[in-house]
Design a protein around this ligand. Structure first.
Ligand code: ATP
Length: 298
């Protein structure tokens, strides 16, 4: 029997995303409050006689199967760093998250494959090394790795490498919604006119969903305006979430997926069922944020 390990690659949600500057090399500086959802892609790695990569899931046909896939890039980067510990592996990705939709599916897949392969190959990387490996795969990969390892949320600064764990965030009942518009992140940043925006207001001690929603009303997603210039239906989608009973709504990342926060899981599930009925061809998913009990250990 070959050893097999599996895990969920959580969706990454930017509850707030402030663009605070731009580095000389073109990378944007961010200040973002990020959480992770139980709903995500499913990944498994199995020791095998030779390497393979297979795909399933509703969005499988939207991801590259070549070396461009972040799953394979993560495998290859880890193998290059630890050639003596690595061995052949069969990787399967069930793609449940829409692609290029602002919820970090590719980045989360990369972080999750690293976690699984480190367990399979018995690699224990120093956290600084791990952060460097993640950053080499993409600016959002370190925060997705954080989501795999710790509970709660994270404040991501810099280009995404400077991470501060946020403790005691309440578990958030959520609906994710996307009318199947794919937005290219580089294109959104190109459309961003003001880059030196104020950082996130200081995060107070937040224990209830209402506290968090109150705080979020004083925050922004600075990528919303450039995204809405390319996807003019975004304000209507936020209104649809408002009308379904969400306490707070926002677009995640560079869009176009939007999120609604509800008081209870039952309300989120009810809203999602209703919305799916009205918009059967959209991506609409009720979920909640990840808590400690759902997390795999390294
Ligand atoms: P980001 O804001 O980091 O670009 P996103 O959530 O908007 O993230 P992803 O779903 O991560 O978008 O896809 C971004 C790009 O990465 C797509 O153009 C896609 O072709 C490529 N990609 C490579 N590997 C994957 C993967 N495993 N899953 C999804 N996309 C992938």
């Amino acid at each position: 029997m070959h050893v097999s390990l599996s895990a969920t690659a959580y969706a990454k949600l930017n509850l707030a995303l402030h663009v605070t500057g731009q580095r000389a090399d073109g990378y944007h500086l961010l200040d973002s409050l990020v959480v992770f959802t139980r709903y995500g892609d499913a990944l498994s790695v199995t020791a095998a006689a030779e390497d393979s990569f297979t795909l399933s899931g509703i969005y499988a046909n939207q991801v590259p199967v070549t070396g461009d896939n972040l799953v394979l890039k993560a495998r290859d980067v880890l193998r290059a760093h630890y050639p003596d510990l690595s061995s052949a592996v069969a990787i399967h990705l069930e793609k449940n998250l829409p692609v290029a939709s602002g919820i970090g599916g590719g980045s989360s897949d990369a972080a999750t494959v690293l976690v699984l392969l480190m367990r399979l190959w018995k690699i224990s990387a120093e956290s600084a090394d791990l952060n460097r490996l993640c950053l080499a795969l993409g600016a959002d990969v370190p925060m997705c790795m954080h989501g795999q390892i710790y509970s709660g949320g994270v404040i991501a600064k810099g280009i995404g490498e400077d991470l501060q764990h946020v403790q005691n965030l309440p578990e958030l009942p959520l609906v994710l919604i996307n009318d199947m518009t794919a937005l290219s992140t580089p294109q959104i940043f190109k459309n961003l006119h003001k880059r030196d925006n104020p950082p996130l207001p200081k995060l107070p001690g937040l224990t209830t969903i209402s506290d968090l929603c109150d705080y979020l009303t004083s925050t922004r997603n600075d990528l919303y305006a450039p995204a809405a210039s390319l996807a003019p239906q975004l304000p209507r989608i936020l209104n649809i979430l408002d009308d379904s009973g969400a306490k707070f709504t926002q677009m995640s990342g560079s869009g176009a997926t939007c999120l609604g926060i509800y008081d209870t899981i039952a309300q989120a599930q009810h809203a999602a069922a209703q919305l799916r009925h009205n918009y059967p061809h959209w991506f609409i998913q009720a979920t909640s944020t990840v808590t400690a009990s759902a997390l795999p250990q390294l």
